[in-house]
Every structure is written in C-alpha cells, then in structure tokens.
Design a binder for this molecule. Structure first.
Ligand code: FES
Ligand code: FES
Length: 917
C-alpha cells in the first residue's frame, strides 16, 4: 500500500518552503521531482557517490539516504542556494571555475556543498582536511587534484580572469565557457528536464546471462495495473529491431526476441504514469525464463563445441585484427635477447556519475530525443532505422553529459523512448538506475594477451610477436574497432622493424564490451610496457634509456609502414622524464635502504602512442560560423562536450582563426537540427578534427570579411554593435552589417568548413595510413608497496604528453589528471564482475585519497595537421599510467603482476610465489 502524502514544512535555501510528499520519500527525489531543484544530482540512490550531497542544517548529508520526513522544521541547502548562503559559496564557485575543477559537472554540486560545510568550519584547511571533507563524493572526470586545489584556493578573489583579447585565445588558460552552469547547478543532464505530462518507462530485463523466454498475458498485466498504459516488446518495433555503432556489424536488438544473450538484456518496457510505474515490482512481470548454459569466458566461447551467439560469426569470433611487417619469426630467432609473457585484464566499468537518462517526444511525424549521448548523429541514424523513418525525421538534442568515456557512444535509453513515444504520441522519459546502468552498458574489454619481444645486445629492438583476444560480450558494439586499433598500437611508440600483431574480438554471454578511453590500447600497453622493462633488465640497460634508444623517429616507419615525418615527439617526452627519473630512483633507493618495516618504494615508466581519430576511415567534422547583424559570431559546434572541454577549446581555436575575441562568440552546441555533423566525441578526435574544421571555418569567415573591406591578411578586425571595423595599416574601414542581406539563418556572412583527416584503408597486413596524427606520452609512477599486506600506494605520477599545441593548458592538465586517475583504477582496483559488482559500493573507484599529486608536463611540437598544431589528449592521458604503476610494483618488490587489477591479494600472492621476471 502506498504511503499517503503529507505537507512538510522546512527551510529551503534560506526561505520557508512546503511540499507535499511521503515522509518515507528520499529527500533527493523530493528536491528533484517535487520541487524541481535538479541541481542536486543522483548517481546511485545508495549513499555511494555523494552526488546528492546537501546541507541539512549545517551538516553535509546524502539526500538519497535522508527520508523527507526528517527535514521537517529543519534547514536544507542545495546548490541552488549556495551563492545566496554565504560568501564562501560564491568564492568556491569562482575557484572551481579558475582551477578547471568542474569537467562534466555532475559531481560538482555535491563537491561544492561538501566544501562549503568544511570552509564554514575552517577557513584555511590543509590538504588532508579537504580530502576528508570530500571523501564521500566521487568524481570520475578530474582525478580530484584540481578540486582539492580549488577548495584550498577559495579564499582568493571570486572574479575570474578576463577573457583574452583577439588573437590570443590559443594557449590561454581561460575558464570553461560552459562552466557557470556547472558550478551553479543549472546544467541540465539527462534526468533533469522533461515535459510536465511525461510518462515514465521502465525496462524488464533478463536476470540470466543466457535464457530463452516466453512472454505471458501482457493485456491482462496492463489491465490489472492501474496507471500502466502500455507494454512494448519486440513486436512493437516499427522498423529494424537492431542497432549498433558500426552499421555493418549492427546486431543488438532494442528488445530481445525469444532468447536473451546477456544478463540485463531488455525484453519489454512498461510505460505509464510516473508514480504507478516507479512503484512496480518488475519481478512480477509475466515472463517465463528458461536459463541456458552461458559462455562466460573467451576460452569457453572459442571451444569448437560452443554454441554460436550469432549464426554468421564462426567460432564466436566477431572480427580478426592483423598488422604484420617484415619477418618477426626470423628476427626473434636471431635476436640476442627475447622476453615473453602473458597478461590478462578484466572488465572495467565506465562508472560515470550520471546514469543514462532522457526523454522522447513525437512532434507530428518527427521524433525528438533529449538524452545524454556522445554521438548525436549516430544516435539519429540508429533511431531512424529502429522507427523505420528517415534520419531527418529524428532530432537528437544532447543534454549535458555527466561523463561518458566511450560508453555513451552506444544507444541506451534512446530505442525504448523512441518506440514508446512514437506509438503513444506522448512524451516518455527513462532514467537508468545505477544497477541497470552497470548491468547493461558497455565495458572495457577484458583482454588475454601473449607477446614476445626481441632485441639486439646493443639494446635495439628487432621484433615483436603479439596475440590478443578480447572478450567483446554478446553484441558487436566497438569490438571491431578494438580488434583493429590494438594491433596498430600494441608495440608502443618504438621502432620495430619486424612485427606481427593478431587480435580477435570474441563473443560471450556477457554484457557487451565497447569503447572505453583507448579502445583496447591501454590493455595492450599493460603487456608491452612490462615486457620492455623485462627486456631492458635482461640487457642491463636503464629502463628509461632503453626506451629513449628505441623511440620512434620522424623518418622511421611505424608498424603500418607510415612515415610520419613530423610530430613524432616520443623521444622528447621520454627525455623530459630524465631528471624526474634520476630524482625518484635516488629517493626510492634511499627509502628502501632505510626502511626497516614492510614498505618498499619503486619507480616505473610507461610510454604510449595513440592515433587521433577513427582508424583508417573517413572521419569528418563540419563547423558552421555565421556573422549576425549585431556583430556577434554564431558558432555552430556539434561536438558533444562531456566534460573534456570541447565547447571551450573549439571556440578558442575559432576565435584566433577569425581574429575575433572569444567574447564576440555565441555558441550553439550540439543539436542535429541546427549544428552540422561533428562526429562522435571519442577517439581523441574533437580538438584535432572538429578543432581543425573550426580553424578552417574561422579563416574562411575572416577572408570573407577582409574581401569586403578590400584589406590584407594582417588587417585587424574589431567586432562592434552592428559593425565590423577593419584596420589595415593606416587604413580603416567599417562594414555596416545592417546594410547586408541576411541568409535563411539571419547571418550576413556565413561559412562552413569540413575537415576529414587524411588516412588510407589498410591492406591485408594492416599496412597503410590509419591516422593522420599520433599523440605521444610517458608517465612515471612512484609507489610504495606493503610487502606484508600487498597494498600499493601511489605516491606521485609525473605525466608527460605531446599535445602538439596546448590550446588551453588548464583543460589539458584536467584531461591528464582524469586519465591518470582512471589508469590508476585500471592498475590497482577496478574490475567489473557481471552479476556481482553492479553498484558503486562493490565496484571500487579511485576516491580523492587514492589519487596522488600529478605533475603534468606538456610538450608542444611541430605537427602542422591539427588546428594550430594541436593533437588529441583524452585517451592518451590514460594509457601509460597502469603500466608505469605495474613496472613500479616490480621495481619495489621484484615480482611481476600478470593479471590486473593488482589488488592486494594478487600482489601478495605474487610476492609469496616469488613471480620474478
Ligand atoms: S545518489 Fe546519493 S549517494 Fe549517490
Ligand atoms: S566532473 Fe566530477 S564526475 Fe565529472
């Protein structure tokens, strides 16, 4: 029986408030759903993420754990009331903006509230006091360092730095242009906004990894549940019951038919009034399950007798990847030293703090979907196919995205919402629970890797032979991309004259594995970079100098035969580590010499390279730029900013290309009706590809203005109210914008530019030009191992990255710090077990206390391809961290970890077994 609502009176953000709610309702739900204060976010409803932190009186609490009845007569402060509560809140918001402490922003309200409580008690906290204060709030984007710095710096001025003048935006540490919304709690994420008459949808999902099923009497179910309007199943899909991020591999049904291939796969959706649907016990839904034996490991799936998940995919192999060059067998046979090893990694959960959410509404013969996504145009095309309508009849309106890291490239809520809204003609919303999100959305591929690497006595590498199998789960998702990107990158940023890398993406009855920051490259680096350390040790060469000796040079071919010619800065990255390596090695040696207890210190290096953009395929972005009659510039920028900063960086690039101040720009962010296709936010491509399109569009518009004024290339532009002044030496012209005719969008001048990185298809041996530009980097980890407990504490990470040009160094550092934190999780603590760790309590994420000081060193180079020379950074930032930590564990203990994460039990077992290598 439902508890009746009561009128609750309390003080909310300094004012008397009343609300009609059940006393047992979560305070977070009352704030968000009844009072529509959506600045308070919810990421778990279990007290694990801290996103819902509010002040109850002056104490920070998780609003999801507070019953609404508890607030009667008391005072509640949410992010919406922060600035009005005290000067502390305003100073904190300013400091978060200055430091780049908000990336996606979904954790920001909780962080700010927790910090407000601390600073209310203590005005000048030290680092550990700040860490304690925010320890209950998880952030998946920033690596926490800038958050801690911002809180400690909140005593300084509220005001941000003024925006740079025309021509000086590139390289400036400007605040995130969309940052104010994030620190004020007004950014609208997937679950935050929906029409008032919206229905609620919940999915009925398989409780088994593999099961045949039969649906029962659905009509009777609807009739017997007041408030339920309709149930949708595969029979209700108007178009193709199939979607997938790579069209030729599309294989995932919106609703399973007859058999569920993984635990959590949807078989039906129940839609109705929000209260009624929210209260349903879906275990009582009429479906009869017949559990079937499930393939859960790569080995089981490859067994010749294993049933096929997809009839056309022989041996359960989705795709093979191959890159081969020279004669690796002969070269390894002739090598002076050869090392080999087997390495394994597990599923890793993206664990963004925002579970998938959104709503859909049918507008005549069109459908509009507002949801969190990394890939609006891909969503548009897939939804159109599912509904059997034309792509331009679908409008995708990306909401703010509370972290994605690759998983929000794939459809989640969109098919269900589209099908329901299309049939019902009423808006329908859905928000995944944390469990639903973790159970059903894509993961990092578990990998099983074996490799051999050989070198000459003088330290020069001669060959590598690599095989890697990747557990891609039940459906294709990005399995083909992983299987094709890994063989190119498996050798790392070194010259390898003889090379063979073979990969397979293998289907199992587990959650689909997809894109996760690096498309399999981090797993490959875990193996290769440990083998390089083993090789250096066998050769008696310093591990850093061994890498420098073999670092790829601009005139050397890569393993795909590409000679980059420029922008090959791995040697500079490694050389930048030399003084840090010497200092850290000396400190570790001194520590270990003095240590009488169980602690051992170690230092390790990992290096990386990463091709920016899609692999060996067309990969364009288009930017539109319009000059409005009032003298302002409209930038149609369709790249989704999920925290990485593309809204800001791309505007900085465009501003300098035009020669206009950033303040003259109005940003139109991703919306498939109004922004051209900028592709997906993944593959470290947005700064590089969309940024280049923005540079080209900016230069075209500048040329159009200069032509009108008959001015030379060096002329200075000034954008005023209704006028653009053009000063060319001593000559000054003013273009009266009101006198110019406007186009269909009202622009008096407009330009579009498209950039598609020059790549080629690869031949059967993987030879060709898969990427136009590679980013390089190297990390050094300093760690301490307790050899009695097996615990590992990371003391410091020094991260060097070749960014080409740092468009915004603050945001670049933020990407590095966030990548390091995720790499640390991969190395030491994160492993998703389907069916077991489907919450943020059992699945361990790095917290503020786990992330050490990070020293970022940005290397700028001379690659002319990208915008002002810039390269991508999002994925490169993660790749080297785990191998650096694993090599440091070996340095400290003498044992090699072959299975990540290196949890205390595994480290201890390796120490006890003496797994020396
Ligand atoms: S939503 Fe309350 S702690 Fe996660
Ligand atoms: S900024 Fe903290 S979770 Fe995204």
């Amino acid at each position: 029986m439902t508890t009746p609502r009561a009128t609750l009176a309390f003080t909310l953000n300094g004012r008397a408030a009343t609300v009609s709610a059940r006393k047992s309702d979560r305070l977070s739900a009352v704030l968000r759903d009844d009072l529509r204060l959506t600045g308070t976010k919810t990421g778990c409803d279990a007290g694990d993420c801290g996103a819902c932190t509010v002040l109850l009186d002056d104490r920070p609490v998780c609003a999801c754990l507070v019953a609404a009845g508890q607030v009667e007569g008391r005072s509640v402060t949410t992010i919406e009331g922060l600035a009005g509560r005290s000067d502390i809140g305003r100073r904190l918001q300013g400091a978060f903006l200055r430091h780049g402490a908000a990336q996606c922003g979904i954790c920001t309200p909780g962080m700010l509230i927790a910090a407000e409580a601390l600073l209310g008690q203590k005005s000048d906290p030290d680092e550990s006091e700040v860490q304690d204060a925010v320890a209950g709030v998880l952030c998946r984007c920033t690596g926490y360092r800038k958050i801690v710095a911002a809180i400690r710096d909140a005593a300084s001025s509220v005001r941000g730095a003024p925006l740079p003048q025309a021509g000086s935006a590139v390289g400036a540490r400007i605040e995130r242009l969309d940052g104010a919304r994030k620190v004020e709690g007004t950014d609208l994420f997937g679950a935050d906004a929906y029409p008032a008459d919206c229905l609620l949808l919940r999915a009925v999902r398989s409780p088994f990894h593999r099961a045949r099923f039969t649906l029962g009497d659905i009509d009777a179910y609807v009739a017997s549940h007041p408030g339920v309007i309709r149930v949708f199943t595969a029979a209700d899909v108007p178009g193709a019951n199939r979607f997938g991020v790579i069209p030729v591999f599309a294989d995932q049904p919106a609703f399973a038919e007859h058999e569920a291939r993984f635990r959590g796969e949807a078989v039906a959706a129940v839609v109705g009034d929000a209260d009624a649907v929210a209260a349903l016990d879906l275990t009582a839904f009429p479906v009869i399950w017949e559990e079937l034996p499930a393939l859960r490991t790569i080995g089981a799936a490859l067994d010749g007798d294993a049933p096929l998940l997809h009839a056309s995919r022989e041996g359960n192999v989705l795709v093979h990847g191959r890159v081969a060059r020279g004669d690796p067998d002969a070269a390894l046979a002739g090598a002076d030293v050869v090392v080999e090893g087997t390495f394994e990694t597990g599923f890793v959960e993206h664990a963004y703090i925002e579970p998938e959410a959104g709503y859909a509404a049918r507008i005549g013969d069109r459908i509009e979907i507002a949801a969190c996504t990394q890939s609006p145009y891909m969503d548009r095309d897939d939804v159109a196919a599912i509904l059997g309508i034309a792509p331009d009849a679908v409008r995708i309106l990306p909401t703010a995205v509370g972290g994605g890291f690759g998983s929000k490239l794939d459809l989640s809520v969109q098919p269900f919402l589209a099908i329901a809204a299309w049939h019902l003609g009423r808006p329908v919303r859905m928000a995944y629970s944390r469990r639903e999100s973790m159970m059903t959305t894509t993961k990092r591929h578990p990998a099983y890797i074996h490799a051999r690497i050989g070198a000459r006595r003088d330290g020069r590498l001669v060959a590598m032979d690599f095989t890697g199998d990747f557990n891609t789960g039940a459906y294709a998702s990005w399995g083909p991309t992983v299987a094709n990107r890994v063989p190119i990158h498996a050798g790392g940023p070194y010259f390898l004259p003889h090379y063979r890398a073979l990969t397979r993406a293998v289907h199992t009855n587990l959650v689909p594995a997809g894109a996760f920051r690096g498309f399999g490259v981090p797993q490959g680096a875990v193996a290769a970079e440990q083998l390089y350390d083993m090789l250096a040790d066998r050769l008696g060469i310093d591990r850093l100098e061994f890498r420098i000796l073999n670092a790829l040079q601009p005139d050397q071919p890569t393993v795909t035969g590409q000679v980059l010619g420029e922008g090959v800065d791995i040697q500079r990255c490694l050389e930048a580590l030399r003084p840090h390596w010497a200092r850290a090695r000396a400190e570790a040696a001194a520590f270990n010499a003095e240590a009488g207890g169980p602690m051992r210190r170690g230092v390790g290096i990992g290096a990386m390279w990463y091709g920016c953009g899609n692999t060996a395929m067309t990969n364009p972005s288009t930017i539109r730029l319009g000059l409005k009659p009032d003298g302002r510039l409209a930038l149609h920028q369709g790249a989704v900013d999920l925290g990485q900063g593309s809204n800001t960086v791309i505007t900085q690039i465009c501003a300098d290309a035009v020669g206009a101040p950033i303040a003259a720009f109005d940003l139109l962010s991703a919306d498939t009706d109004i922004t051209p296709d900028c592709g997906k936010s993944s593959a470290s491509r947005q700064t590089f590809v969309t940024g280049k399109a923005a540079e080209l569009a900016g230069r075209k518009l500048r040329q159009a203005i200069l032509m009108r004024a008959n001015a030379g290339d060096d002329a200075v532009l000034t954008f005023g109210d209704g006028v653009v002044a053009v000063r060319d030496g001593a000559r000054e012209n003013a273009i009266d914008l009101a006198a110019l005719p406007g186009d269909a969008r009202g622009y008096v001048l407009a330009e579009e530019a498209k950039f598609d990185p020059p790549t080629t298809e690869l031949d059967a041996d993987g030879q060709g030009t898969p990427y136009a530009v590679y980013a390089f980097g190297a990390h050094m980890a300093e760690i301490e191992v307790d050899i009695e407990l097996g615990t590992v504490r990371v003391v410091k990470i020094t991260a060097v990255h070749d960014v080409g040009t740092a468009i915004n160094p603050t945001l670049a550092e933020g990407q590095i710090e966030g990548g390091v934190a995720q790499g640390l999780g991969l190395a030491l603590m994160e492993e998703f077990h389907p069916g077991m760790s489907e919450n943020l309590h059992d699945y361990l994420l790095p917290t503020v206390g786990d992330v050490p000081p990070i020293e970022s060193i940005l290397i700028e180079g001379n690659d002319a391809t990208g915008p002002f020379g810039a390269k991508g950074l999002g994925e490169p930032a993660l790749v080297p961290t785990a191998p650096a930590i694993l090599n440091a564990i070996h340095d400290a203990t003498g044992v090699r970890i072959h299975r990540v994460p290196a949890t205390p039990d595994r480290v201890l077992a390796a120490i006890r077994a003496g797994t020396h290598a």
